[in-house]
Design a protein around this ligand. Structure first.
Ligand SMILES: CC(C)(COP(=O)(O)OP(=O)(O)OC[C@H]1O[C@@H](n2cnc3c(N)ncnc32)[C@H](O)[C@@H]1OP(=O)(O)O)[C@@H](O)C(=O)NCCC(=O)NCCS
Length: 172
């Protein structure tokens, strides 16, 4: 990829692009949560939510927030909880624009997340793999927790997974 790639914090003017990426990725799966819920996650923890710019265009985003381990945010509901103390960072959502997938761009967002988690003092990163993406996450060191059943709104193949925050030189 020759165009410059940049990961940065989300600003107020990013939400049209973020909501469109989310809708396109999840509406076909019946999993789109809509703009208000997305914005509430970022409002709960702005320092752990990012957009990805490629050549000046918004090409993806990642929303994460401190959340108790083995618990799952309700999909589509606005986030009310105050930020939890460091310990577990929940990667609620990551999307890369379809035309730009399979070029390693998700890795840029994940590296930024793991760096942020280290600085915060988090020990683990959790997520709910949806739409059959658990293979993608397994390849990135996440392991399933069969004892945790995500709420039905995440779809029938949702899998709760987590991994320790990687050390600085580990691949994330
Ligand atoms: C998952 C996603 C963020 C990956 O972004 P990306 O920039 O394409 O990721 P990378 O280029 O860093 O890695 C791509 C690799 O992951 C694999 N991969 C991507 N999605 C996958 C999936 N659902 N299942 C299995 N493997 C997957 C690709 O095959 C590719 O592997 P390869 O390089 O060996 O061919 C992107 O596919 C996406 O936005 N998907 C829709 C939203 C989504 O499902 N998000 C995760 C919800 S938990």
């Amino acid at each position: 990829m020759t165009e410059p790639v940049r990961v940065r914090r989300i600003t107020g003017t990013d939400w049209d692009a973020v909501a469109a990426l989310e809708r396109d990725a999840y509406a076909p799966l019946g999993l789109s949560e809509g703009r208000a819920a997305l914005q509430s996650r970022a409002a709960a923890s702005p320092e752990t939510c990012f957009v990805l710019d490629v050549g000046g265009r918004t090409a993806g985003y990642l929303l994460a927030l401190p959340y108790p381990a083995l618990s799952v945010p309700a999909l589509g509901r606005t986030e009310r909880a105050a930020a939890a103390p460091p310990g577990n960072l929940h990667l609620h959502d990551i999307v890369v624009a379809p035309a730009l997938r399979r070029r390693g761009l998700a890795r840029h967002l994940l590296r930024r997340l793991t760096g942020t988690a280290r600085v915060r003092g988090d020990e683990r990163i959790s997520l709910v793999a949806v739409g059959g993406s658990d293979r993608f996450w397994t390849a990135r060191g996440f392991v399933p927790h069969p004892d945790v059943t995500p709420p039905g709104g995440y779809g029938p193949d949702a899998v709760y997974m987590s991994r320790p925050v990687p050390a600085p030189r580990e691949v994330s």
